[in-house]
Design a binder for this molecule. Structure first.
Ligand SMILES: *Cc1c(COP(=O)(O)O)cnc(C)c1O
Length: 353
């Protein structure tokens, strides 16, 4: 606490990012980064953007990137908003569309940044408990809400929601914005982007951090009808007009243009995921069905927290959440096959003790 902090800052409960340790080299399965490098075309585009033009501000509207994304998703460029990582896009969305009078709803077990944004915007969110098996209680999300935020697939569980379920929620919340956070959609989920022209209340949020292997350049975007995008632009231009730098703009455009490369990588990750699930089940883990590049698992006999610390000693980092309902689970990012071999070898040693 500091006497210099205002009341809002005193009450904040900030997000704690997964660690990026520097003490030694770990098998890093804790922040859902892509284990494969970005497309070589992306690296080339970023290198080409390192030139004297850097003295000039970047395009505040990200016109070229939005045009590329619009073609890719068969939308209009005016239906796309680009931000500095989807975290920023989410924060702007909370500021634009939700209010304290009518609480926004999200699940008890979900991306923990939602609660942080709600807190930052002084909203008292409506927290809806997931079902016992971590599936989404669709009916509860159809009750009167001041908006809805759902990651599909969910984090940190990896479970997806079906298109018909999202449709039900969109129909029931016609007067409020429904955000579908598709950070992990390309690892096996079904995107609701085709619903955008039918639902003025739908905002889809995407990131280049996971699927496009570009967590390091910070680009995310929102897709929705123009009215919603205009709202986001009002907030952005009241905050910082130049949120995406020239290198990020160049890299992001190249990434969207080289989707074929990323589809291959995602296929590899899905194959590794399915193999890893089977191997974990063979050594006594229960694994939640996953449509993501991570899995959520608990062991039938050994505490998740114990396994988490011991894995760290073996040089393998996974994510542990000391939170109600999930304190006996580990979230494990899918790495390369070699990395998963190291994980399984370490787990076998730990479980033998
Ligand atoms: C990783 C993640 C994000 C944030 O992605 P950035 O674009 O890197 O800010 C958003 N939502 C969910 C559910 C995530 O897991």
């Amino acid at each position: 606490m500091s006497k210099f902090w205002n009341e809002l800052v005193q009450k904040l409960d900030p997000y704690v990012p997964g660690e990026q340790p520097k003490d030694k080299k770990y098998v890093k399965l804790n922040t859902n980064e892509n284990p494969y490098p970005p497309s070589p075309k992306v690296v080339k585009a970023i290198k080409q953007a390192v030139n004297e033009q850097l003295r000039l501000y970047p395009d505040p509207n990200a016109d070229e990137l939005r045009k590329t994304a619009a073609e890719h998703f068969q939308l209009d460029p005016e239906q796309i908003f680009v931000g500095n990582g989807s975290d920023e896009v989410l924060a702007f969305s909370f500021m634009s569309f939700f209010s304290a009078e009518n609480p926004v709803a999200f699940a008890d077990i979900t991306y923990s940044f939602y609660k942080v944004y709600a807190n930052l915007c002084s909203l008292s969110p409506k927290i809806i408990p997931l079902n016992e098996d971590f599936s989404l209680p669709v009916k509860a999300f159809c009750e009167p809400n001041g908006g809805v935020v759902i990651p599909n697939p969910n984090a940190p569980t990896g479970r997806g929601v079906s298109l018909s379920e999202v449709k039900e929620i969109l129909e029931a919340n016609k007067d409020h914005v429904v955000i579908i956070d598709e950070a992990y959609i390309d690892f096996g989920g079904e995107s609701v982007i085709p619903f955008i022209n039918d639902y003025p209340n739908l905002l889809v949020i995407r990131t280049l951090s996971k699927y496009s292997s570009l967590a390091g350049i910070r680009v995310g975007y929102a897709l929705g009808q123009k009215e919603l995008i205009d709202g986001l632009n009002r907030v952005k231009n009241s905050f910082n007009s130049y949120t995406i730098d020239r290198l990020a703009l160049a890299g992001a455009k190249a990434a969207i243009d080289d989707d074929a490369y990323y589809q291959e990588m995602a296929k590899k990750i899905v194959t590794t995921r399915e193999q890893t699930i089977e191997r974990l089940q063979n050594i006594g883990f229960t694994v939640v069905p996953s449509q993501s590049n991570f899995i959520f698992a608990s062991h039938t006999e050994v505490d998740a927290e114990v396994i988490f610390h011991e894995l760290r000693d073996h040089g393998v980092l996974v994510r542990y959440f000391n939170q109600p309902r999930i304190s006996n689970h580990l979230r494990i990012t899918i790495g390369t096959d070699e990395e998963m071999d190291k994980l399984i070898d370490a787990l076998k040693l730990i479980l033998k003790k």
